[in-house]
Design a binder for this molecule. Sequence first.
Ligand SMILES: [Zn+2]
Length: 567
Amino acid sequence: MIIRGGIVYDPANGIFGEEIDLCIDRGRIVEDAKGEEIDAHDLLVMAGGVDAHSHIAGAKVNAGRIMRPDDARLGMEQATAVCRPSTGYTVPNCYAIGYRYAHLGYTTAFEAATPILESRHTHEELEEIPIIDKGALTLFGSNWEVMQCVRENDLKKLAAYVAWGLRASKGYGVKIVNPGGGEAWGFGANVKGIYDPVPNFDVTPAEIMKSLAQVNESLRLPHSIHVHFNNLGKPGNYTTAIESLDLFKDIKPSRMRQVVHVAHMQFSAYGGTSWKDFKSEAPAIADYFNKNHFCTMDIGQILFGSATTMTADAPLEYGNAHLLHTKWSNHDIELEESSGVVPLVYLRKNPVNAIQWAIGMELALLTKDPWNVILTTDHPNGSPFVNYPEVVSLLMSKVKRQEELSNIHELASKRTTLTGIEREMDWCDIAIMTRAAPAKILGLEDKGHLGVGADADVAVYDLRPEEVDPSTQHDLVKKALAVAKYTIKGGVLASRDGEIMAAPVGRTFWVDASVAKEDEERMMEDLKEKFDRYYSIKLSNYMVQDAYVPNPVVIKAGALPVEEVAP
Ligand SMILES: [Zn+2]
């Protein structure tokens, strides 16, 4: 296949809006090819989008579906010769997730949180999502074995557990959510800050986070630790965010990437002491990211309208349910985590929601280097991913932001700096934030760019970047990004003008890290005891078998001595 004449934005390869023919053979970008030609003359061309943080598969997504029969009716589409039926808006069914990412020109999405115990379910759903490539981040932040290793200050045993946990869950990276809080929630409590000890374990969230970061680097995992901070969603929590970030300053990355990725930073950039004096501290956070390059973030933009919040931060969801007087699902995951689901609606005239909206914008616009701040809505916590074009058009247009500011609660102008921000992103910034940077942050070498050898994941949009001014014609930007002219996934034309043309099967990335045998043996002794005494299932039934990941990409990683990365 040859994609002819497009205006290509491929910032990872230093290409900023040049007319280039892209050649594809056997699922890869190549120097030269023959075959089907796609006419992309003068149209915007980028690599397929990469979503590094999205809740698309597993038990909590399914809990959201069960809780929201109202939502299921919102996105109904009939089956076609190629497609299975689609349902749902904030919690779409598996099929709709694949088709809708393809319509947007996205070809890769990573599930942001799966406990090991429930990973079989996560993979069952990932397998059912058509077209896109995917992976899942495994939860370690309130896990008993993790906390035991931290208490014993045995980082080698912890490395053995993380390696084993990734293999057991067929997971891609280390996710930490409200570290220690998942365990405290088993007793109806929470940890209050990063130095508040976890009940029964006598370790602090700070120790959990730092130890996992050290072990992550000693295992040379492709991705860094991926953290949802303590105190998320609470006024004044930006100090917790900065205190947490400081923990990782001296840890050496084992690969060319960050040492910590912060999930949905918008929910951790809050000032004030209560909802009454709630305000933005996004400038302080952006300033930190401008001065320090060991950390990256995704914004977790909220948009007005319906959302379904779902997180392993169970006490947060208890708080949400009581604050909003709405329905709530609560879940305990044995020795590993807790979680919750709460549907909600973000309202323009609600002062807190209006300020939250502005904070996401501030974080993206005030962080100077787009390689350090990537686009997410923390689907479906801030908004469903189908609304990414709205976020992009806002980032590219001050005019559009001012229009929205005049429609929403006035405190968004008074308690954030958004009104004074002149920056309008260009296509290069957008290509980085939605493709190149998420791929780099995840450590996916063949994604997010269009160099020779890259995966042939390409998006062509019905927009002429040399004619359209995104500042004033933001409606055209939003419309074009919502329905890609062509989405090519692994060399196959998957979506054209909003119609699914083919539904190739995506691949699932997971990481197989090796550790010293003696460390693994010591760790397995602990685990055997935990399974005998506490787990409801047997160790022999626990690991996700190969059959559940029929189309895998296994990335090998291996141990460095912990002393080399942990000062
Ligand atoms: Zn999330």
